[in-house]
Design a protein around this ligand. Structure first.
Ligand SMILES: [Zn+2]
Length: 493
């Protein structure tokens, strides 16, 4: 082909592509999917900004970075967690001694003049400012940058005690209270700091926590101790009273529930059975349900406050939320995630659908509630009950679940369900996809075939994009590349 006919061909195909009904133009949404990846500052520091971004583009056509800008947790920041095999890129050393967490950007003190919590710059990487380093390189490549922060703190940080929740035991918690005006304001100030100080494209925030009812019942994959359920602080008491909820009655109810749960975990069956006992306590102390809803509605108010603050700085910035994996296990928690209700203050939702680690996590959840309010139900039956009420198809039985994980069908069904809930809303759905999230030795691990299948399942379920999770520093390149293969297959289908 000579140069002239080559140019004619190019011009011809561009013209054809712009005609309605022609393949490429008929399905522009296939080309425009948001393909995101969560990545922490340490990956850029270890491997270099340009090489990491080039790898993202080459291996999986990544167009959006979810940069862990603030957390004290190792789930989204830091290198691979100790005890898990290091991936085939990055520093081949663990950061057990150097990881601390905090803000991976410079802190502009003026935003925090009125908050008690001021000193939170992560010491891990010295003066490295992840946004300053990454944004120019991302822009060169047409990639967007979203600040990704989460509700995870240390117990011993300067002034943190002023923001902490109070446990059922009366002790201060390691977690912070959304009804504490100081924390609520800090959550907005840090979002404003990033929105004004850097050329970002948006902000995602996540809170992997729930209210006291589910926590006392042990209704998550983390086996929480009832005495540590939150929150019983003065701000929550005052807010409850304003809403006509009696905090003393709520606390009495939770203490009675704690007693029942502790006995049940030791194998003591109440005379009328565990499930009946739960209902008896809830009927006697309906304040417990009101307290649970108070916690969740306070979380929603915090999200709305962050949303409004960012939009007041720049309405073009996207703002959305990470929705905790417990949404896939605990029906009470799922009831609290009313996506349509969240839509007005959510430009996007990352609904976690971590298919591989879901196997061991669902098993943990069933073992936990199977020893509290469902202790009269054989565990395999209890698992099947959850598959039924959560509308999953054929997933593994209890014995095989940790080594099998959940199937691609789970991701497809969860995507469909969330899309249906968000019907007629502007909110984009970006399922969180599991790439090498650590599981216990001997349990199922991500594979290229499995990864490809779940990315395809999300896209075929009409997700508006996907967020590859939890962090690049724990992902194997072959699994990241499998996500890219899925995208190619989806686009060419
Ligand atoms: Zn509180």
């Amino acid at each position: 082909m000579n140069r002239r006919s080559f140019l004619q061909n190019v011009a011809g195909s561009l013209a054809a592509a712009s005609l309605p009904g022609v393949h490429a133009a008929a399905e522009p949404e296939k080309q425009e999917k948001m393909i995101g990846i969560q990545v922490g500052a340490v990956s850029f520091a270890d491997e270099g900004v340009a090489p990491v971004l080039d790898e993202f583009q080459k291996s999986a056509s990544i167009n959006t970075l979810f940069v862990a800008t603030f957390t004290y947790g190792r789930g989204i920041a830091g290198r691979q967690v100790p005890g898990q095999p290091l991936p085939d890129h990055g520093s081949q050393k663990y950061d057990s001694d150097t990881f601390f967490g905090g803000s991976y950007t410079n802190i502009n003190a003026k935003y925090y003049a009125n908050t008690a919590f001021k000193d939170f710059r992560a010491p891990d990487l010295g003066a490295f400012d992840v946004l300053e380093q990454v944004i120019p390189e991302a822009k060169k490549r047409g990639m967007k940058t979203i600040c990704w922060y989460e509700d995870v703190f240390h117990r011993n940080l300067p002034n943190i005690e002023k923001l902490q929740e109070v446990e059922l035991s009366g002790n201060k918690a390691g977690t912070l209270c959304f009804n504490n005006p100081d924390y609520l304001s800090w959550l907005q100030e840090i979002a404003e700091d990033w929105s004004r100080s850097y050329e970002i494209d948006g902000i995602m925030w996540g809170s992997e926590r729930q209210g006291a009812l589910s926590n006392v019942l042990g209704a998550s994959h983390g086996h929480p101790q009832p005495s540590t359920a939150t929150c019983f602080c003065e701000f929550c008491y005052a807010k409850a009273r304003r809403q006509g909820i009696n905090p003393e009655r709520a606390k009495q109810g939770f203490l009675a529930l704690e007693k029942f749960v502790e006995a049940s975990r030791k194998g003591v069956r109440p005379v009328d059975g565990s499930y009946v006992e739960l209902w008896r306590l809830m009927l006697r102390y309906p304040e417990m349900l009101a307290w649970e809803n108070l916690w969740t509605s306070s979380l929603r108010e915090a999200q709305k406050a962050i949303y409004d603050r960012v939009k007041s700085v720049n309405p073009k910035l996207g703002v959305g939320w990470h929705i905790w994996h417990n949404n896939s296990f605990n029906p009470i928690y799922r009831a609290e995630q009313d996506l349509a209700e969240m839509a007005p203050y959510s430009d996007f939702l990352k609904v976690v659908m971590y298919q591989n680690c879901a196997g061991e996590r669902m098993t943990d959840y069933v073992n936990s509630v199977g020893s509290t309010y469902f202790s009269d139900v054989p565990k395999q039956e209890l698992l099947e009950f959850h598959y039924r009420v959560l509308d999953y198809g054929k997933e593994a039985g209890l014995k095989d679940l940790p080594t099998a994980g959940f199937s691609a069908d789970y991701v497809y069904r969860e995507t469909k369900r969330a899309k249906e809930a968000l019907k007629d809303q502007k909110t984009k759905l970006w399922p969180g996809i599991d790439i090498d999230i650590p599981t216990a030795a001997g349990n199922s691990k991500c594979t290229p075939d499995g990864t490809k299948a779940v990315v395809l399942a999300a896209l075929r379920g009409e997700a508006d994009g996907v967020i590859l999770s939890r962090k690049y520093s724990e992902m194997k390149l072959e699994n990241l590349r499998a996500a890219g293969t899925a995208l190619k297959e989806f686009r060419s289908a």
